[in-house]
Design a protein around this ligand. Structure first.
Ligand SMILES: Cc1cc2nc3c(=O)[nH]c(=O)nc-3n(C[C@H](O)[C@H](O)[C@H](O)COP(=O)(O)O)c2cc1C
Length: 184
């Protein structure tokens, strides 16, 4: 099964996550590039659920079966470029899986800004083609005493220095689930 890992990232967390996923899945990696990439506009577009054009590389036209998305959550949704990308290209893929390194965690996952709402949003676009989801909270990247420190959580970065066995296990379980369900 030919796999594309498409990511959007402002501060690098989801780029790192996408790179790990692409390596584990032996997939091609693609950065989602919105037509307008100014943070203010992207946050505004996310809040308004406004679809803005993103580009799909010509060499990837209709050749992939599985799409894995990695992107941040903003205000309870996947960042706007990802939603625009899915709206435009989701039906080219027979299976979709989504992953995020985000601020919310197990305790607030069902809140207005929690990751469950964002995953439900993707499922409403992709339906049964959405086969797996993974949320890695930025609280996994900080020490025990910083887990409720908002500033520390916003500044936390997923990289080789914060990558832990727990994160690796969670990513591997996600990859195994994709492999099993998509026959990768
Ligand atoms: C403007 C803004 C809004 C955010 N809203 C949410 C949210 O609603 N839910 C959440 O779980 N995380 C939220 N976050 C946290 C980001 O998802 C998190 O910092 C993410 O790891 C950043 O990813 P990146 O480094 O790939 O850009 C928000 C961050 C920003 C900057």
């Amino acid at each position: 099964m030919k796999t594309l890992v498409a990511y959007y990232s402002r501060s690098g967390n989801n780029r790192y996550l996408a790179e790990v996923l692409a390596e584990k899945l032996n997939a091609k990696i693609l950065e989602i590039k919105p037509a307008v990439n100014l943070l203010f506009f992207q946050i505004l577009f996310t809040a308004c659920k406004f679809g803005k054009t993103v580009r799909f590389p010509a060499d990837a036209d209709n050749t992939y079966d599985l799409l894995v998305i990695a992107a941040p959550l903003w205000m309870g949704s996947f960042a706007n470029p990802v939603r625009a990308f899915l709206k435009k290209y989701a039906n080219r893929f027979s299976c979709i899986a989504c992953a995020t390194c985000c601020g919310s965690g197990e305790t607030d996952k069902d809140s207005a800004f929690g990751y469950e709402k964002a995953f439900a949003d993707i499922r409403s676009t992709a339906g049964e083609r959405c086969i797996a989801s993974l949320a890695l909270s930025t609280s996994l990247l900080v020490s025990e005493d910083k887990k409720t420190d908002e500033a520390a959580l916003m500044a936390a970065r997923l990289d080789s220095s914060t990558f832990s066995n727990e994160i690796d296990t969670r990513i591997q379980e996600f990859v195994n689930s994709i492999t099993e369900k998509a026959g990768h």
